[in-house]
Design a protein around this ligand. Structure first.
Ligand SMILES: Nc1ncnc2c1ncn2[C@@H]1O[C@H](COP(=O)(O)OP(=O)(O)OP(=O)(O)O)[C@@H](O)[C@H]1O
Ligand SMILES: [Mg+2]
Length: 220
């Protein structure tokens, strides 16, 4: 089972958009996806309600209950869990990071947004978990801008994900229809981008597990 925490204390950075589309990308490969919505605004839960019974399932959770919800989901066959978190909330973010195999920090590639994620990066770095910034909603083609953004987040002590989710209107259209971009526009660019990001995330989690077992082995 893979558990991914999506955290950023900055509002509107793309947490919920990334959460629901990443879980949908996992479903598209045959995984049993689940979104745990820890945000009292319940945006992911709203998306889930619009979809009625269509997978991936969305459940809500108060931060202290996350581990219990993960255990129950595992028992029920979930294989890919994404935890969406609220802005301005240390406790939900901390609890989500604690149970996660991988932490993704969505961030718009603007100077103000980049400066604001330093707080989130500092919180995430308290935990020994693989963590990456994912650039969201920026221009699709701006290599120099992304190079500078990568350097900046490196300065905060965290790497950037090599896959970006640039500004694509289909995210807004799909969400409003209770759909993922994969369902809404299967041949679209956003579908290719979220699919690549999902595959990359699986490789990172696998690599982290291999490293952990190698370290354990070396310790013997
Ligand atoms: N890659 C993208 N392309 C286009 N629009 C995007 C993209 N990512 C997010 N958005 C839009 O930006 C807005 C904010 O996104 P979202 O709700 O996912 O952010 P959030 O971090 O969950 O916000 P909050 O902090 O309030 O929970 C939404 O209208 C969403 O459709
Ligand atoms: Mg949200």
């Amino acid at each position: 089972m893979t558990i991914i925490a999506i955290v950023s204390q900055k509002g509107g950075s793309g947490k919920t958009t990334l959460s629901v589309n990443l879980a949908a990308a996992a479903e598209a490969t045959g995984a049993v996806g689940l979104i745990i919505d820890t945000d009292p605004q319940a945006t992911a839960s709203q998306w889930g309600a619009w979809r009625a019974d269509k997978a991936p399932e969305v459940i809500d959770s108060a931060p202290p209950r996350i581990q219990a919800k993960v255990d129950a989901a595992k028992a029920q066959g979930a294989t890919f869990i994404v935890i969406d978190t609220p802005p301005h909330a240390d406790s939900a973010a901390s609890r989500a990071v604690e149970v996660a195999d991988l932490v993704l920090i969505p961030c718009r590639p603007s100077a103000f947004d980049l400066a604001a994620i330093k707080t989130t990066v500092n919180l995430v770095r308290l935990f020994d978990k693989p963590a990456y910034v994912v650039f969201t909603a920026g221009p699709p083609h701006a290599p120099r801008m992304y190079e500078e953004a990568v350097e900046l987040v490196r300065g905060f002590g965290v790497e950037a994900c090599p896959h970006i989710l640039p500004d694509r209107a289909v995210y807004r259209h799909a969400s409003a229809a209770g759909a993922s971009v994969i369902e809404f526009e299967p041949e679209g660019k956003a579908t290719a981008e979220i699919t690549a990001l999902h595959m990359w995330a699986l490789r990172i989690v696998d690599g982290a597990h291999v490293n952990m077992s190698t370290t354990a082995h070396e310790g013997v």
